[in-house]
Write a protein that binds this ligand. Structure first.
Ligand code: NAI
Ligand code: MG
Length: 498
């Protein structure tokens, strides 16, 4: 397998400028409208592919195929057979991992070191769901009714799933949605993000190669307002699993009302990352920096609000700024790159808008602060790691999700006051605590209202450990035992034996 560095763009086996169709009912087809859209490399602007642009009609075709598959031979698959399918798929993804991670890098910009770095997690996820496939079970439950009447539960797949994913980690996001579908016996229509549809489509080819039956996995690329909205509203979709912004999440809930489909939402955040003076500063500096700069800040649980204990604030924030300035920004295909471009022009505008806003609000940019335009960087959407000091809780840069490499550093004095301030956000996804004091760590782990608390680390993830939000970061959990439950219905069965 050639490494990314030795794959010249034009020779990536998939991102070769060609036309990609959508996957419906086991076959690759054009959009009913015949429309196409482009996918470009955000580091260079180069055309990677043109893609069939799905809309409501294609979504309808895909949902019909998914329903047919749900009711067809797929429903007779034994857990062991679904497990074998997932294991086969995991093996194929493993064989093609370098190609898939390079594709993520090309399509959305993340450094190859990062996309390669997801290897264990991505393969671990598929194999974890494979394990889950043979672990699904109902219960026998003793009841108190008079006479002889026996009760038990069955767990049944919820049906046709609509999965809508963002662009910030297309391979991982695809697997996070498809793993539980295959484990439970559901079928799915996957709507990739318009910014980065290529890896999900390539993943679809591998799924067919693994033997996923026709119609079990359908992939309809297209825009959110058309294809995404049609999927969320479709009357024959039983559940929508969505990852993206809270604004879109709200529209998904409204769209789901028509048939009261189930919804799970992984939304955004404004996660607090808290550094105490007693922390191991040597590890907290890179830890807190990468909590927000990794993937150019395009991570839902990024630690964007850095609360630092007053007496070490200046020194700590300076060191984070220094660390940020030392990170190598560039084309993600270069193995030395640590910070890639933002995904799109729209995201660039959004993030640079916040850079100006922060300065207007009176924060001080002590690292970064403006788009990079030197040499080849001018062709892409590059924003350097940015540290805002002198941030107050009431500034918009301290409250709104920026989704860029932008840190807001805020001092604190008192622990009780800190808890209230850390929780004073509409979101509740991630959080970090850096301290050597075990009692502070436990106290905060309990007090912070968020789905994950990372102590002396950030962004640790594992297929067996649940991930998800409190408050407006959404509901439902991905990974962990609860994840497959979200794709299952519980049926109570009563049998009178007397
Ligand atoms: P988005 O939430 O609009 O897009 C995510 C997915 O939803 C995409 O597949 C999109 O096509 C689809 N979508 C959009 N509108 C839809 C609708 N009305 N019905 C159904 N599906 C729809 O996020 P976008 O526009 O890519 O980014 C905007 C902001 O959202 C970012 O700056 C960031 O703050 C946040 N975001 C958060 C993510 C997270 O992981 N929590 C991921 C992506 C974005
Ligand atoms: Mg959008």
């Amino acid at each position: 397998m050639p490494t990314a560095k030795t794959i010249p763009l034009a020779r990536h086996p998939y991102a070769d400028g060609s036309f990609k169709q959508m996957l419906i009912g086991g076959g690759w087809v054009d959009a009913a409208s015949g429309r196409r859209f482009e996918s470009r490399n955000p580091a260079t602007g180069e055309l990677l592919a043109t893609i069939a642009e799905g809309d409501a009609e294609d979504i309808n075709r895909a949902v019909t195929a998914a329903r047919k598959a749900f009711e067809g031979p797929w429903s007779k698959f034994k857990p062991y057979e679904r497990q074998q399918l997932l294991l086969k798929l995991a093996d194929l993804v493993e064989q093609h991992f370098d190609e898939l991670s390079a594709l993520d890098t090309l399509d959305m910009g993340a450094p190859i070191s990062r996309t390669r770095g997801t290897r264990l997690r991505v393969l671990g996820m598929l194999r974890y769901y494979a394990g889950q496939a043979t672990s699904i079970h109902g219960e026998t439950i003793e009841n108190s009714l008079p006479g002889e009447i026996f009760s038990y539960t069955l767990k049944e797949p919820v049906g046709v799933v609509g999965a809508i994913i963002p662009w910030n980690g297309p391979l991982g996001a695809s697997i996070w949605k498809i793993g539980p579908v295959l484990a439970t016996g559901c079928t799915v229509v996957l709507k990739p993000a318009e910014e980065a549809p290529l890896t999900p489509l390539r993943f679809g080819e591998l799924a067919l190669e693994a033997g996923v039956p026709a119609g079990v996995l359908n992939i309809v690329p297209g825009y959110g307002e058309t294809a995404g909205a049609a999927l969320a509203a479709h009357p024959d979709v039983d559940k929508v699993a969505f990852t993206g912004s809270h604004i879109t999440g709200q529209s998904i809930i409204r769209a789901s009302a028509g048939n009261l489909k189930r919804v799970s939402l992984e939304l955004g955040g404004k996660s607090p990352d808290i550094v105490f003076a007693d922390a191991d500063i040597e590890s907290a500096v890179p830890g807190a920096a990468m909590a927000v700069f990794a993937n150019s800040g395009q991570i839902c649980s990024a630690g964007t609000r850095l609360f630092v204990e007053q007496r070490v604030y200046d020194e700590f924030v300076d060191r984070v700024a220094h660390f940020g300035k030392g990170l190598r920004v560039g084309n993600g295909l270069d193995p030395e790159t640590q910070i890639g471009p933002l995904v799109s022009e729209q995201q660039l505008e959004r993030v640079t808008g916040y850079l100006s806003l922060g300065q207007q609000e009176g924060a001080r940019a002590i690292a970064g602060g403006a788009r990079l335009m030197e040499g080849p960087l001018a062709q892409g959407y590059f924003v350097p790691p940015t540290v805002f000091a002198d941030v107050r809780d009431d500034m918009r840069i301290a409250k709104e999700e920026i989704f860029g490499p932008v840190l807001s550093a805020i001092p604190f004095k008192d622990l009780d006051d800190l808890v209230q301030r850390a929780n004073a956000t509409m979101f509740g996804l991630g959080s970090g605590v850096w301290t050597r004091d075990v009692s502070k760590a436990h106290r905060l782990a309990k007090a912070i209202r968020a789905g994950s608390v990372w102590v002396n680390c950030y962004q640790a993830m594992d297929p067996a450990v649940p991930f998800g939000g409190y408050k407006m970061s959404g509901y439902g959990r991905e990974s962990g035992l609860q994840h497959v439950e979200e794709y299952l219905n519980v049926k109570a069965v009563w049998i009178k034996t007397g």
